[in-house]
Design a protein around this ligand. Structure first.
Ligand code: C2E
Ligand code: MG
Ligand code: MG
Ligand code: MG
Length: 290
């Protein structure tokens, strides 16, 4: 009774929470249970070379197979997972599963990117733990790329830089995610050991609209800057051929988006899976959830 009253005081409504789970505390409990019952699953979305649609890599994206609510995406639970700190344990499980899937199902020379929550980058032993895990799984470190956001850099650019340096020493790359949406201080770009930069879909999705000169200018500037610094570029959220063609014409080398392939559960991939994206979901996967 007292417990129930105490609990009620903390009920918070948040439109970003999954329908049917509006109580943050309830969701925290469910996230704990989900870890215990292994309900998190990485989906892989192909990253393609734009000129020939060859799959050169994958981004591992977290999904939660919720027993009652079905398949949930990060937008449904990431905020609670981060605020509660549970994201750390969830992410470690995701890294481990993703690395295993890459070595079992990934194309031989393909890389995999994974999203690193800002919380991890505050831990002095994040890099050491990641390196140990990659060694234990037996993956070539050069196939792995940690995605960080500008927000994480803002917290503590020096610690993040040192962490990414140590990862680079063993061959693990880094990518700056959602580029252009955050605080976009260009000054740190050259001081970070970045292998890749991902142009946010907000810019990409403006490219095929008429009167898009602003987005075109921004994307062209990002490409010029990245290439001058020897950083490869991935465009996110490509949904139309016109967007892809515009990016190709501007010299963008890689892309990701529904035109090229949806995030998919990897365990349905057949060994004979084509290594070229068609934009179609393989039949074995059934309808995409995205
Ligand atoms: P992100 O890293 O920027 O990932 C790209 C998001 O865009 C994914 O959403 C993906 O499904 C979606 N997307 C891909 N192609 C298209 C497209 O053509 N059009 C549109 N509209 N969207 C597209 P998702 O999977 O819901 O993930 C959302 C965010 O959650 C990610 O954004 C990332 O910041 C975070 N996240 C995902 N997986 C993890 C994880 O394992 N750990 C952590 N800490 N964060 C994760
Ligand atoms: Mg990402
Ligand atoms: Mg992104
Ligand atoms: Mg994002």
């Amino acid at each position: 009774r007292a417990k129930e009253l105490g609990r009620k005081r903390f009920v918070v409504f948040d439109e970003t929470l999954a329908k049917g789970m509006v109580d943050v505390l309830a969701m925290e409990g469910e996230l704990r249970q989900a870890l215990h019952h292994d309900q998190f699953q990485p989906y892989f979305q192909p990253i393609c070379r734009l000129c020939d649609a060859k799959v050169v890599g994958y981004e591992a994206l977290m999904r939660w197979n919720h027993p009652q609510l079905g398949l949930l995406k990060p937008g449904d639970f990431l905020k609670v997972a981060e605020d509660s700190g549970l994201i750390e344990a969830i992410d470690w499980r995701m890294f481990e599963l993703s690395c295993g899937l890459l070595s079992r199902y990934g194309a031989k020379d393909a890389f995999m990117t994974f999203n690193v929550s800002a919380l991890h980058l505050r831990h002095p032993d994040f890099d050491a733990r990641l390196i140990r895990m990659v060694e234990a799984i037996g993956l070539a470190p050069s196939r792995l790329i940690a995605e960080v956001t500008e927000g994480a850099l803002l917290d503590n650019p020096e610690i993040v830089r040192a962490t990414l340096e140590r990862l680079r020493e063993v061959g693990i790359g880094a990518a700056l995610d959602d580029f252009g949406t955050g605080y976009s201080s260009l000054s740190y770009l050259h001081s970070l050991p970045l292998r890749m930069l991902k142009i946010d879909k907000a810019f990409v999705q403006e490219l095929d609209k008429t009167g898009n000169t602003n987005s075109t200018t921004v994307v062209a500037a990002i490409l010029a800057l990245a290439h001058a610094l020897n950083i490869q570029v991935i465009a996110e959220g490509i949904e139309t051929r016109a967007q892809r063609d515009a990016l190709m014409a501007m010299g963008c080398e890689m892309g990701q988006g529904y035109l090229l392939g949806y995030p998919e559960p990897v365990d349905c991939w057949l060994d004979s899976r084509s290594n070229t994206a068609s934009g179609d979901v393989p039949k074995a996967c059934g309808p995409s959830t995205d």
